[in-house]
Structures are given as structure tokens and as C-alpha cells.
Design a protein around this ligand. Structure first.
Ligand SMILES: [Zn+2]
Ligand SMILES: [Zn+2]
Length: 343
């Protein structure tokens, strides 16, 4: 079977790998669709991010949907041919944080396609994937492309949970890549009254409006437009910071109401912060990292038609041209979410 393997920056290969057989509690899955994520792009464009560096070849990918092909011993509730969304979150279940109900902080997390630990955790961009049944969520009724959006959607649902009460809140989203765009859907679903979204790309901002943003601002073209929200008593209760760029966060902080909540989702490495403003406004700066139960929640919301991710999916390319998906996904002027069709 073929797998998409990163060897170093810009060295992406489609290689043959042996197929595994499903053990107890596992299933053999035929991959349907894989979405290219920002972290995949970091490996592809730079060989890693921050202190995380590729030290050996690694199969990329963690946003996948698949059809069930074979069912291992002890698995119930799945049938061959069924479409499933596969969660890349594989906590150990036994460590301190797993037992405390914080599986995204698992000390032995084996998240697909991650070079954080060594040996690296191999990803899911393989034609055939053996996964634990507990990672699989029935995605009947969704397209394979939608089902492959469950992972980034879960990231934003988890962030929304970290935000606390959302009903009637005024929300700012800085950075409208896939995570910012999905944050618009998640915040609206949770009851946000007003959502303003910023980016430097008119292409992504057009999608943000389609997803329900009340107003979008191109901070490159109209840098003063955001500052208007800092007048008087300020505006926003909640900020989804999805750029990881210090300047974007610094520009957003004056627009926040006292005791507003900043959700830091963007992974930009170290950022310099206006701590004085955070202190005097009593802002809550909250990190948000990955997810766990929100994966199945997101699939359910999509199945019920309560969240529609289809406007995000801008390109789908066949496996043989997978590198095109990485090149496209790196171009924010024409791609939101590029996906690879495995079958
Ligand atoms: Zn992702
Ligand atoms: Zn654990």
C-alpha cells in the first residue's frame, strides 16, 4: 500500500509500506480522504516547527476519513463499507491526565503524524490504516471530505469549550485559515451574537463571510478598521487568536472588553505580549490544544446539518498528485482546505 512520507523539508515521497492486520479492538480501514493541515505544511515547508524537527522519515496526516474493510476480534457497532471519521487522538487512558479527564494532555499521547516524540508517531496518510475502533466515529450521511474535517472542527469546538459561555457574546477571530474559519462555525453554533473575522487574504475572508462572519476585515488593506473596535468601552468578549503572530494578538487586545477571554490557537512559537494591557483589563489568556471528546461531537453536528463545513473544502486532488495538495494548501490566496482523495 502507498503512504505519503516526509523525509525533510520539500522532500515528500509516495512510498510502499507493508499492510498491518487488525488485532483485538481494531479495524482495517481503506482511506477515503485526507486533509492537509497546518502542521503537515510545517513539516513539508520547513521540516518542523519551533523546537519540533523531523529526525526520521514520517508518514504525514491526521485529518482522515475511511471506509471499514475488516473488523478485528471484539469490535462491535461497525460494518464493512461504513464511512468513519478517524480521530488522530490516541491517549493512553492510564496516565494521570487521562485519569483526570484531560486526555488531550496525556503523557503518552500518540497523535498521528507528530514529530514531537522520537521515534515519531507515524501519520494516517496511508491507503490502508489499522486503527482502534475507539478512534472511529460513524460518519454515515457525510461525504468523505466532510468526515475528514472532523479533526480541525474538533480543535475549534474544544477551544469554544475553553471559552466558557458563548451565548450572546461578541467574538473576534484573528486569522481565517481553516482553524479560524471553523472557529466562526463553532462560535455561532454555541450562540455568539456577533462575529468579526480578520485575515490578510481576501480569498479566505470571502469564505469566512460564507460561513457566517458578520464582518470581515482585511488587516493588510484596512489596518485602521480593527482599531475602531477599541474606541469607547471596547468590544469583544472572546478572541480566537488563530494566527500565532504577535502583531495580530497585540492589535486585537485593545479591542477586548475587560475580563474578555483570549483563546490562543495559533502556534507561532514565542510571542511578545502586551502584559500590561492584559493585566489592567483582567483579560483571560487561555491556551487551547487539540481535543478529545469534541471529535465525535463535531461529527454529530455535521450529520445533523447544524454545522456545514463544505465551503472550506477548496480542492481535492488524487493520491498520485498529493504534493500538489501541499503546494496548494500553502497558498492562502487560493486554498482554504486542500484534501487528498485516497480512493
Ligand atoms: Zn489538523
Ligand atoms: Zn494518558
Amino acid at each position: 500500500m502507498k503512504a505519503i512520507v516526509i523525509h525533510a523539508a520539500k522532500d515528500l515521497r509516495i512510498e510502499d509500506r507493508p499492510e498491518e492486520t487488525p488485532g483485538p479492538g481494531q479495524m482495517r480501514l481503506r482511506l477515503a480522504t485526507g486533509g492537509v493541515c497546518g502542521s503537515d505544511l510545517h513539516y513539508y515547508n520547513h521540516g518542523g516547527f519551533g523546537a519540533v524537527r523531523l529526525k526520521e522519515p514520517m508518514i504525514l496526516g491526521h485529518e482522515v476519513s475511511a471506509t471499514v474493510e475488516a473488523i478485528g476480534p471484539g469490535v462491535e457497532g461497525f460494518a464493512p463499507g461504513q464511512l468513519v471519521a478517524v480521530s488522530p487522538s490516541r491517549p493512553c487512558g492510564g496516565c494521570r491526565y487521562c485519569r483526570e479527564g484531560l486526555p488531550n494532555h496525556c503523557e503518552n499521547m500518540r497523535f498521528y503524524g507528530s514529530a514531537m516524540p522520537f521515534p515519531h508517531i507515524q501519520g494516517a496518510f496511508t491507503e490502508v490504516l489499522v486503527a482502534d475502533a475507539s478512534q472511529c466515529v460513524d460518519a454515515t450521511g457525510l461525504t468523505p471530505g466532510e468526515a475528514a474535517m472532523a479533526e480541525p472542527l474538533a480543535v475549534t469546538l474544544h477551544a469554544t469549550r475553553r471559552a466558557g459561555e458563548m451565548l450572546g457574546k461578541r467574538v473576534l477571530v484573528t486569522g481565517c485559515g481553516p482553524i479560524g474559519a471553523l472557529a466562526i462555525l463553532a462560535a455561532r453554533r454555541a450562540g455568539a451574537a456577533e462575529i468579526v473575522a480578520t485575515d490578510l487574504s481576501d480569498f479566505t475572508l470571502a469564505i469566512a463571510r460564507k460561513l457566517g462572519a458578520d464582518r470581515t476585515i482585511n488587516t493588510g488593506a484596512e489596518p485602521e478598521a480593527l482599531a475602531a473596535y477599541a474606541a469607547g468601552k471596547d468590544t469583544f468578549d472572546v478572541l480566537y487568536e488563530c494566527t500565532g503572530v504577535a502583531a495580530a494578538l497585540a492589535a486585537a487586545i485593545p479591542t477586548m472588553r475587560p475580563r474578555g477571554v483570549i483563546l490562543q490557537l495559533g502556534l507561532g512559537g514565542d510571542m511578545t505580549l502586551p502584559v500590561m494591557a492584559i493585566t489592567s483589563k483582567e483579560l483571560d489568556l487561555r491556551g487551547s490544544f487539540r481535543f478529545h471528546p469534541e471529535f465525535a461531537v463535531g461529527v454529530g453536528l455535521m450529520q445533523k446539518g447544524l454545522i456545514d463545513v463544505t465551503p472550506l473544502i477548496t480542492q481535492t486532488v488524487p493520491l498520485a498528485e498529493a504534493e500538489d495538495a501541499f503546494r496548494l494548501a500553502s497558498d492562502r490566496s487560493r486554498a482554504m482546505k486542500a484534501q487528498i482523495a485516497f480512493s
